[in-house]
Ligand binder design. Sequence first.
Ligand code: UDX
Length: 478
Amino acid sequence: MKIIVVGTGFVGLPHAAVLSEAGHEVYAYDIDPQKIAAYESCDRSQIEYYVNEPGLAAAIAETHNRYLFFTTDISEIARDADVFFMCINTPPMRNGATDLSYYLNAAHDIAALLAERESDNRVILVNKSTVPVGTARVLENILKEHGVRNFGVASNPEFLAQGNAIEGSRRPDRVVVGADTEEDFQILRRVYSQFVNHVRIKYVETTPETAESIKYMGNTLLLTYISFWNGVGARVAESLPNVRMEDLKIGVTADGRISTWGSYVSNGAGGSCFGKDIQSLIYQLNQAGASTDLLQAVYNINEYQKTYLVDRAIHEANFNFNQKTVALLGLAFKKRTNDMRDSAALKAVEALLGKGVKEIRAYDPLAMEAAQEYWFNPEKNHLLERITYHESAQEALRGSDAVFISTDWEEFRGLSRTIEKTVAPPYLVIDGRRMMPDYEMLVEKGYDFLAVGSPFLPGKAVVTQSSDNGVAVELEPA
Ligand code: UDX
């Protein structure tokens, strides 16, 4: 098949690479010439600057200029293409609705090109990025308006998690195809021939609107599950006596019907999809006059979770953030990405600045550049000048009064030793990801410890000092 992938971000680029592996002739198209030049170079660091996915650069290098082509101009190719995959970004608006302006611009441009083609071959336009229910129908009307002949529209949502885009595209759990005619289903079966009738991959054929809804239902259900653990599991272990979070999780998820994924408690789920999709679904249902109580509660629980540890520090640990220095470890919304969209760290920074901290010493293994782009704009808010950027966790810890761990990077698991070496009690450790299995050692040594899913533990010991007779004595906790 001759396929054009429109938009080469996180959704489009891995999709184009994996389609080309299946032997299709794939044109990855973007209006941004810098992106296209970076991909054409096949240079890993240039590709990862735009889309940081394991295996992506290698996959591109494998088929580039044989099955995979990059372009900023599809005027010729569009004339005899079989399928267009629309992978355009659809950001959220303030009221929760989806901003379709980029998508609609692209749709009109493509429709204008297709209206001029001489061939009467069937062409299908497939929505791959997440779009509100009914968008395939909007696309159909645009194509009709432009007088395009012999076309179909379809919805084929993408379910990839970041960090797993290539593997996830090669071996998805399911392929969902929403279309209107048997002819269009048949064309898409040829596109996805390796997945049709696969023993482990569900190939679902349905209406475009059902396919669009499956994407929203999937993401909001995952966020609901995470929020159950954050909003109920963590509260049980924090508030009721002698409940152990890890055992609680093991015991509950031992039931084969209950997933372990989503059961690790955190300072809130971020990323470019969950928050955006739940708000969009709330908006769509409200517009349709339907109730959204559960979704609203899930959204609120997740947002609350992003700052509640700051409140717990004040109320349970009696920590006064005013004029204090706080090390913020982890800025990305999850480990193994430099993506900060909707990251819990953004909310933590807002909360900490709001409480009057003197300095936030930030560190993340991958997201430092993204963070500086995001925050290094004192015109936006002069308080952002209080954020300083550091090259390691240890550097960030230096001179701090408290540390806030916001992302589950593996390297933070051994942090207790670094804390002990770098900062002395009185000191507050705020662990938003339960990254410190040996927290008891810190508590013994006098560090106050506050983690999601545990009651506050005040530091026990004590600074050791030499007594007059040279014998070490332990002082009362600070
Ligand atoms: C998610 C969905 O998983 C994916 O199917 C969809 O297509 C896009 O949105 P992604 O945004 O990459 O993918 O992130 P995911 O790995 O699901 O994690 C989302 C957030 O939840 C992260 O902040 C993560 O740290 C957090 N999380 C995840 C938890 O707090 N607890 C968990 O148990 C799992």
